[in-house]
Write a protein that binds this ligand. Sequence first.
Ligand code: URA
Length: 257
Amino acid sequence: MRDHLEHYRTRLKVKADINSCNRCPLGDSPHRVPFDGNTWTPKLVLLGEAPGASEAIAHRPFVGASGVYLDHMLAMAGTSREDVTIVNTVCCRPPDNRDPEWSEMAACGSHRLAQVNLARTSFGLTLGRIPLALLTDIPGVSVGKEIDHGFWADEKFWIPTYHPAYALRNRGAESVIVNSIRRALQYVSGELETPVDPKFPNYKVVDGMLIKKHDTSLVPQKYLETWPVFLHREWVVFRHDPEMVRAAKDLRGQKLA
Ligand code: URA
């Protein structure tokens, strides 16, 4: 309950910070578009590019034609908006629907991170080239070449796929996006094993859950013996056996330390 309240307060703070931001010229517009969706029990974070005209009016991401199509593809993959958190690389609409500048995405970087961190899942999808370029730090990256090649960034495991707007113009991309969503959900359920990223050697996914090796010297001995987990930013598992992982899942939402 206390965690729930804290989470809710953080949601409000992240939104308030975005609504009062003036870090880049895009902030001259009052039409901020913060994250949307389920941040408490999402399966996935979807990282889009930038809000368009409809989103700027509604103050919500993906409400225009791409959003309708995205909902359709989520349904085809067996999920829905209730299971995802939606975030964009920038929270304000670039004029004339141009791509966001690198400097604008950098200015919005801490907002992006705060929004991505709010989503209590370890898995995400990048929609289109821009979020993929941003998270991989490769400006000329090709989505087509990276489809489904998962990678770690911002302490989450991301699956690259096409943007829904691209699928509106190229109907062949629809099945690719649906398959990417399905694949991401297989990582969530543990059906597919998530590789360990050498950049994040302390993170590992067991039974569909991200665990972090932790310096156990910081933890009181009684917790080590009686409780396998406590809440840090992610669940921490001290002994990696299925019993412990199950216990960790049961304890999700409780703070033990
Ligand atoms: N396209 C995006 O990338 N994000 C939105 O919010 C809407 C359209």
